[in-house]
Design a protein around this ligand. Structure first.
Ligand code: PMP
Length: 440
């Protein structure tokens, strides 16, 4: 039998045999060996509190026992048939999702393996339904890594290839760094109103649709004011387009009190996409549409792994767990507690310029000084390292790499938040000490 690889062998094999473009957070990559609930262990046996959840994906805790029991049973019963054959796990999940969507109006699903594919399907569907081709996406967005999804993405760093035609980018609602230099609410949400000008000047005026994340994930948890998406929706519909909500990060209760992030804004989308937290680590993507929109896709389509019985069993078990444990309420309650703790840390640490987010999707944006708001990119990288030293996993993001993203499992308790705040405080203090040392 081949002996297990050592930590160094794993790191070396990563360097030699994987694409170097694969992104890591730390100076020295961290090899993860195992995980359970809100904890992760590295290859040296160190235990970490996980407040990033494998990029906003571990919704109900690592290796959730209730979910995995069902997965084990399914994998020994029926592992794969492809979308060519109906099967119970897929049917049961589709039926369940239809009962949860905004206004109960999105009732038809198409399953894939990732958020990228879910968004590909959504754009294709919007084009079929409207007969138009042009799409509006948002600056600072992230929608995936296919050629089309990279074009939808509004961050240069994540666009590796040439852009595709027919996609333009509107202003996001980045209040902390308002593109118009205005302040909410006296701004009258100009960033949303500006869409009219964008459509009239850079498109034919015949839109297939708009795609946006209710809270921009990779973009640094940019959280628009409450009026933003209603204004966007009005303009998009006026020009013939439909509304697509990318809920890859914001779905399944994470924003607190509602199943989907867009419900916080009172908009009923025509199409909703998701992935990540739906499977708690099982690879699954879904595009859910209003029936007339789904029915407009004529011809043939197939996805070999889409609706895979094991992945759909996992997803159904995740949703059942969220319902049983009332995690939407927990996200609101414990999320509010986390938010208050972060606001307190802002009082104490000058480095924190902004605190934002909803539910258990919260972020802090780090700045060199609060007046100039110069992004503290180097200090953010330092904070990541300090948190690792303190056995805490947190995420990083934003256009300038200066936003700390927090998205722990949705079933954490206040005591986990207390532990997290202590570790983050300690890590921030370590960064401040380094900064003071270097300025001497
Ligand atoms: N949309 C959003 C909002 C995302 O955050 C991501 C992944 N970070 C994607 C789409 C793409 O999902 P995947 O990586 O599963 O293809």
């Amino acid at each position: 039998m081949t002996p297990p690889m050592t930590k160094d062998e794993i790191i070396l094999a990563n360097k030699e045999f994987l694409f170097p473009a694969v992104f890591h957070f730390y100076k020295e990559p961290m090899v993860v060996a195992r995980a359970k609930d809100q904890y992760v262990w590295d290859a040296d046996g160190n235990q970490y509190l996980d407040f990033f959840g494998g990029i906003v994906t571990v919704s109900v805790g690592h290796c959730n026992s209730q979910v995995n029991a069902k997965v084990h049973q399914q994998i020994d019963t029926l592992q794969h048939v492809s979308t060519v054959f109906p099967n119970e796990p897929q049917a049961a999940l589709a039926k369940k999702i239809a009962s949860l969507t905004p206004g109960g109006q999105l009732t038809k699903s198409f399953f894939t393996n990732s958020g990228t594919e879910a968004n590909e399907t959504a754009i294709m569907t919007a084009r079929c339904y409207t007969g138009n081709t042009e799409i509006v996406a948002l600056r600072h967005s992230y929608h995936g890594r296919s050629a089309m999804a990279m074009t939808l993405t509004g961050q240069g760093a994540w666009r590796l290839g040439p852009a595709q035609a027919g996609i333009v980018h509107a202003h996001n609602a980045y209040c902390y760094r308002c593109p118009f230099g205005l302040t909410y609410p006296s701004c009258e949400v100009k960033c949303a109103q500006d869409l009219e000008e964008l459509v009239r000047t850079t498109t034919s005026g015949r839109l297939a649709g708009f795609i946006g994340e209710p809270i921009q994930g990779v973009g640094g948890f940019v959280t628009p004011p409450k009026e933003y998406f209603k204004i966007i929706e009005g303009i998009v519909r006026n020009y013939g387009g439909i509304f697509i909500s990318d809920e890859v990060q914001t779905g399944w209760g994470r924003t607190g009190g509602k199943w989907f992030g867009i419900e916080q804004y009172g908009v009923i989308p025509d199409i909703l996409t998701s992935a990540k937290g739906l499977g708690n680590g099982a690879p699954i993507g879904v595009t859910v549409a209003k029936p007339e929109v789904a029915d407009s896709v004529k011809g043939l389509t197939i996805s070999t792994f889409g609706g895979n019985p094991v992945a759909t069993t996992a997803a159904k078990a995740v949703i059942d767990f969220i319902e049983e444990k009332n995690l939407m309420a927990n996200c609101a309650e414990v999320g509010g507690y986390l938010r208050a703790g972060l606001e307190d840390l802002k009082e104490k640490h000058e480095l924190i310029g902004d605190v934002r987010g909803m539910g258990l999707m919260q972020a802090i944006e780090l700045v060199e000084d609060r007046k100039s708001k110069t992004p503290a990119t180097a200090a953010t990288a330092q904070l990541m390292e300090a948190a690792r030293e303190n056995r805490l996993l947190i995420g990083k993001g934003g256009m300038f790499g200066n936003v700390i993203r927090l998205s722990p499992p949705m079933n954490i308790a206040r005591t986990d938040v207390d532990q997290f705040l202590t570790l983050l405080d300690k890590s921030l203090a370590a960064c401040a000490a380094v900064a003071a040392g270097s300025s001497r």
